[in-house]
Ligand binder design. Sequence first.
Ligand code: AKG
Ligand code: FE2
Ligand code: MN
Length: 228
Amino acid sequence: MRFWLRGVSRPRGPRSPVALLIGLSRLCHTGALPESHVLPSCQAAMSRVSPGLRLQTDFITGEEEQELCRELEPILRKRRYESGHWDDAIHGFREIERLNWSPGCSAVLQRVREEAFPSGQAQLSLVHVLDLQKEGYIKPHVDSVKFCGNTIAGICLLSSSIMRLVCVNSPEEWVDLLLPRRCLYIISGTARYDFTHEILRDEESFFNGEHVERDRRISVICRNLPAS
Ligand SMILES: O=C(O)CCC(=O)C(=O)O
Ligand SMILES: [Fe+2]
Ligand SMILES: [Mn+2]
């Protein structure tokens, strides 16, 4: 089911511990990205990703998170966590694609779709559910342009995490995004095509010098279809 992932191998250079914050507030002014949740390596990186990036904290309530987990847990539990091979994009994961949801979960997913996609836009009807174990992580990749359209929308359950976006052509341009548990993130445009995205493992999960505990994390992801 990993057909939409294209792994990108890249040596990791040292990163500046203090990201440049000058001009950040100006770029966050639309409210699409809470300033406190973004750390760019430079203004150039920030200007390039910010038009295509949105983050809404507390997009779902604790009850909605529980309802989603109650529905998903029995299905996920039947599968074993996979380790993946050296060139795979994801480690320590299990996943499903789900079409039919309970009314409560459907309502949440409808809200995600309305938030992320213009009405009438062709979307994948299957919702992708990715369960990362505490030790699991997602390596840098760009979602396949063949199977996935210009927008990726995910809600994050059970654990906060750091999503890192790195410019494919200039790796010194990167942006770290703090994804709190129960948030919605939307990646589109330049952020989707010209930057890889990854979810850091617990040992690397730092934001602004603070460890962001990476526990088991379930993401529920809606995508649109590529333009034909
Ligand atoms: O777990 C996430 O939020 C992102 C998953 C992802 O990047 C993918 O499945 O392509
Ligand atoms: Fe992805
Ligand atoms: Mn830890």
